[in-house]
Design a protein around this ligand. Structure first.
Ligand SMILES: Cc1ncc(C[n+]2csc(CCOP(=O)(O)OP(=O)(O)O)c2C)c(N)n1
Ligand code: SF4
Ligand SMILES: [Mg+2]
Length: 343
């Protein structure tokens, strides 16, 4: 009997959300992220043409080639993904932006842009594919490499790392999460939740570079991650309240969060004390994780979304990039009025 292909609400198959075959090393953590992005967008029923994927430079930044072939895309300069995303968002407010970056791309050369894209609250999902090294240029230390890490061609890293969730939190992000390429189920739910928000949603994914930084004791390796990952919550995303399968959960063992598009996130408590809506608790958690190498994953911080930059500038729903020149050009009278107001 012929196997039927499962379709989403738009009548599209998962195959419609695929990209080109990956040219990354087999087992590279970034491939797991590409797979979960396409699955998340398919499950949410977002048309691929309503997504724009933007990246900088690095193996991570190459990866948008390997998902969502039918989406718009722009592979920019090293560290400049956030600026491109800002422009694209202004050009078309109706499109969802997925920004893909690496730890070198974001935490080293792109750090200033990272901070400002968060401060501006550009509506987008910002994924850092964090392997603690420069994979594409053959394994140099990055700004997230652990202090004391030994890499074959580099020797010992003498400098302390940056924590990208902490950087996102103190820059004002209203959605901050950490995921692991070895825990794809949790990653997919976090991506779905991030896509359901309107403001910037940052996910720092620990994504091992199997070629240059996967030694057993390295903090960004598969083996260390698998042994030490401590999920804060069990995470489930539901598009509608009716779909929620929580009848078997005991009262008080889970928490519901309504997202901006009306969908829901159910957080099944694992760390019973942890409240992701408490900013001080998030700061404490990240401070402790940094000090003691506590690999907490899940939703680290969530708050009401402040106005996005597009809302601050009162941009119309109609994409600016589709408005014809005759409507964009100011009339002689309005130009004269502007000029007169400047005297
Ligand atoms: C302006 C500029 N400086 C340096 C480089 C060289 N370069 C290319 S990729 C890269 C690092 C990529 O590391 P990361 O963002 O962590 O991506 P990964 O390959 O690890 O996924 C560097 C330094 C460049 N392309 N452009
Ligand atoms: S070099 Fe590292 S980051 Fe680049 S594709 Fe290979 S495993 Fe992935
Ligand atoms: Mg890297």
């Amino acid at each position: 009997m012929e196997k039927t292909v499962e379709l989403n609400q738009l009548g599209l198959a998962l195959a419609d959300y695929k990209g080109k075959p990956s040219t990354l090393c087999p087992g590279c953590g970034h491939n797991a992220i590409s797979n979960q992005i396409q699955a998340a967008v398919w499950e949410l029923g977002i048309a691929p043409e309503k997504i724009m994927k933007i990246s900088g430079i690095g193996c991570s930044s190459k990866s948008p080639n390997y998902f969502l072939n039918r989406s718009f895309g722009f592979n920019g300069l090293h560290g400049r993904m956030p600026t491109l995303a800002t422009g694209a968002s202004f050009g078309d407010t109706s499109i969802k932006i997925i920004g893909i970056s690496g730890d070198g791309d974001t935490a080293s050369i792109g750090m200033g842009h990272f901070k400002h894209v968060i401060r501006r609250n550009v509506p987008m999902v910002y994924i850092i594919e964090n392997n603690g090294c420069y994979g594409l240029t053959k394994g140099q230390f990055s700004a997230t490499s652990d202090q004391g890490l030994v890499l074959k061609h580099q020797g010992v890293n003498l400098l302390p790392p940056l924590d990208m969730c902490m950087e996102a939190l103190i820059s004002g992000a209203s959605f901050v999460a950490r995921a692991f390429s070895g825990d794809v189920k949790q990653m997919k739910e976090l991506i779905k939740a991030a896509l359901s928000q309107n403001g910037i949603a940052v996910i720092d994914v620990i994504s091992p570079c199997v070629t240059f930084n996967n030694q057993d004791k390295a903090l960004q390796s598969y083996s260390w991650g698998r042994e030490n990952e401590a999920p804060l919550q069990g995470i489930m995303h539901f598009k509608n309240r009716e779909d929620m399968q929580i009848e078997n959960f005991e009262e008080g063992t889970y928490r519901e969060i309504e997202l901006e598009d009306g969908s829901f996130l159910v957080l099944k408590k694992i760390d019973k004390e942890y409240d992701p809506t408490d900013r001080s608790a998030a700061l404490d958690l990240l401070t402790e994780s940094y000090k003691s190498h506590y690999f907490a994953t899940g939703l680290i911080y969530f708050s009401e979304v402040p106005p996005t930059i597009n809302e601050c500038y009162d941009l119309p729903d109609e994409p600016l990039n589709r408005i014809k020149a005759d409507r964009l050009r100011p009339t002689r009278e309005s130009l004269e009025a502007i000029n007169a107001s400047l005297y």
